[in-house]
Write a protein that binds this ligand. Structure first.
Ligand code: ATP
Ligand code: MG
Length: 268
């Protein structure tokens, strides 16, 4: 019998583009790593290889090579110390979604062996509600939807939640409000989204945390250095650390549930 799973998989999604998914995915991983967790970060945005750019990397291999005979160890890129790696994906992501069941099963098996070595699998998703984005949002155990206080972000994130709920029966959504100018503005944004989900879908969602709008984020992107390294004490970095603590607590709390669920659910 295979050992019980201990890896918590989390997709970082949004409806609207440019709300801060990639930055949050990367820096939440750094924060969780600071807290002693091991992580594998999967770039599941096939449109633009954003994580590569944020880190100033140009990977030679990606997820697609795993379909061939590359071993997982040859494909992952170490990011920090022990147990924090990036799995670049490029177009392999789209192919995984379109694969027939047998090939997908084989690849998911290979990936499962790799993912099991880490405490967390974090997936950085693309924007929009294309079938690929929806599949990658539906496969992990948990989803974090990133919103900003802008009205277009709220309508787009509602559209994402609605289609995942109605078409893929996904019920657990957590929200991070990013680029908030005040705590009040962030709370208002979350409340508006939560009320729409409650009223039209009868679906409760929860607020995981808020990240302030902080000029250091843009600076860190320009320097291709993760925020937590570039400006470890700025407001946004502190906010991200707070959220990482909550995610860590959740993993402990959900231990039994995690043990019973696959790291990535196969797509049917
Ligand atoms: N908390 C913040 N404060 C200020 N600026 C921010 C913050 N978070 C993100 N940004 C800005 O928003 C830009 C877009 O962020 P990011 O690339 O992470 O978004 P994304 O949601 O991944 O975009 P895409 O949908 O294109 O993948 C960053 O380059 C940065 O300049
Ligand atoms: Mg991105």
């Amino acid at each position: 019998m295979t050992e019980a799973n201990t890896t918590l998989s989390i997709a970082i999604a949004s409806g609207k583009g440019g709300v801060g998914k990639t930055n949050l995915a990367l820096n939440l991983c750094f924060a969780l790593h600071e807290l002693g967790s091991s992580l594998i970060l999967l770039d599941a945005d096939l449109g633009l290889a954003n994580l590569d750019v944020l880190l100033g990397l140009s990977p030679e291999k990606n997820l697609q090579d795993l379909i061939g005979d590359a071993t997982a160890e040859n494909v992952v890129i170490p990011l920090a110390g022990e147990g924090f790696v990036l799995l670049p994906s490029a177009s392999g992501v789209a192919e995984l979604v379109e694969m027939d069941e047998e090939v997908q099963g084989l690849l998911l098996g290979k990936l499962d062996t790799l993912f099991r070595q880490y405490d967390f699998l974090v997936l950085d998703l693309g924007a929009g509600i294309s079938p690929t984005v929806l599949s990658f949002a539906a496969m992990p155990q948990e989803r974090i939807v990133v919103i900003t206080p802008e009205p277009t972000s709220l309508t787009d994130s509602y559209a994402l939640i609605k289609v995942l709920f109605t078409q893929r029966q996904i019920k657990n959504f957590q929200v991070i409000v990013n680029m908030a100018d005040s705590e009040k503005e962030a709370k208002n944004a979350f409340t508006r989204l939560a009320q729409a989900c409650e009223r039209f879908l009868n679906l409760p969602i929860s607020l995981l945390g808020t990240v302030a709008r902080d000029p250091m984020v843009t600076e860190s992107v320009r320097h291709q250095v993760p925020l937590l390294k570039f400006a470890p004490n700025c407001q946004a970095a502190q906010d991200i650390r707070e959220i990482a603590k909550k995610i860590l607590e959740r993993r402990t709390r959900l231990k039994d549930l995690i043990a019973r669920s696959p790291i990535l659910k196969p797509l049917i």
